[in-house]
Design a protein around this ligand. Structure first.
Ligand SMILES: [Zn+2]
Length: 327
């Protein structure tokens, strides 16, 4: 046999196998998505998302405390109002007494070392359930949408968020938010993570159950990207870099590993996040329950593929498990 034919000598030991990765998984790569609702004592199971709940702020300490002890480094908060008065411009999004702003303040005081990101969108708070402000004909009205989203992001920053992460996919919102942060003196106090390549995916179903954020008419295909749109995703990533994003994100993750790899090349000097979304998480659980594979093995394979594609940060509902598995 030729010398050049033999590769197995290089990975015959568990340690030499681990060296084959360019980067190893670490606990700090994981950001845990958390649903915060406006019933202060809530701890409501979400049936389509195994193990995940909608939390009230009075329950955060007993839930997050043990995870911080295990090495939880960061969370991303999603507001899930059940009782608020929704309107066309999503006024409750930055209500100072609303669940997100209350949760930011509470977590900052309880866990000074915990990095707190906030999803920024209007759909959980608008009467029509779309992510922006609409024209009368139901299409997106871009400029007031960007203005409103920038206001919400700034108010989360003022409440103490370390990072704001707009998921709305309105054109020009990265520039709008960055400008608003700078003009208010938060340019050096708050990170801007852009959901740059967010695709219109079938994998958001469990999240919509959890957040009650399905649009009341139509769909989001005029602002989220078409699944086959590689070129558009590349343009969106490059645009958001130019507009001032500090972190680029690709969402969902597993069906879009080529886009993660593209982002790693196009935004090579930025941290690169990917979101292992609700449907990916539910799918891995469902497959394991059906005996297709072992849950832990598949969870590792899924996130290792994301790191291999270039991700440096993973938003995942598996975060609590990885805090145990990586100990
Ligand atoms: Zn939205």
């Amino acid at each position: 046999m030729d010398i050049s034919s033999i590769l197995q000598g290089g990975y015959q030991h568990p340690l030499s196998r681990s060296w084959q990765a360019k980067r190893q998984l670490t606990k700090s790569m994981f950001m845990y998505p958390i649903f915060i609702t406006d019933d202060e004592n809530a701890s409501d199971e979400i049936s389509s998302l195994p193990g995940q709940r909608r939390w009230g702020i009075n329950k955060l300490e007993s839930f997050i405390g043990p995870l911080v002890q295990k090495g939880l480094a960061s969370v991303i908060l999603f507001g899930v109002p059940m009782k608020c008065e929704k309107d066309p411009s999503g006024t409750p999004a930055d209500d100072p007494n609303g669940p997100v702003i209350q949760a930011i303040k509470k977590l900052r005081s309880l866990y000074p070392e915990l990095y707190i990101a906030c999803d920024v969108c209007l759909c959980e708070y608008t009467s029509h359930g779309h992510c922006g402000v609409l024209h009368e004909d139901g299409t997106i009205n871009t400029e007031p949408s960007v203005q409103r989203i920038a206001d919400v992001a700034l108010n989360y920053a003022k409440a103490g968020a370390h990072c704001v992460a707009p998921s709305d996919m309105m054109d020009g919102r990265i520039k709008g938010i960055k400008r608003a942060l700078i003009d208010a003196g938060y340019g050096n106090k708050c990170t801007l993570m852009s959901y740059s390549a967010k695709f219109a995916s079938a994998l958001y179903g469990p999240f919509r159950d959890a957040a009650g954020s399905a649009p009341s008419f139509g769909n989001r295909k005029c602002y989220q990207l078409p699944p086959a749109a590689k070129g558009l995703a590349r343009r969106a990533i490059q645009r958001d870099v130019v507009e001032g994003a500090d972190i680029i994100m690709v969402k969902p993750a597993l069906p879009y590993l080529d886009i993660i790899a593209d982002a790693a090349e196009l935004a090579a000097d930025h941290p690169l996040a990917c979101y292992q979304v609700s449907g990916e998480f539910a799918m891995i659980h469902a497959g394991a329950r059906a005996g297709v594979y072992d849950l832990r093995t598949m969870a590792f394979e899924s996130v290792e593929s994301m790191v291999r594609a270039g991700a440096t940060l993973i938003l995942s509902y598996f975060t609590p498990e990885f805090l145990d598995w990586l100990s």
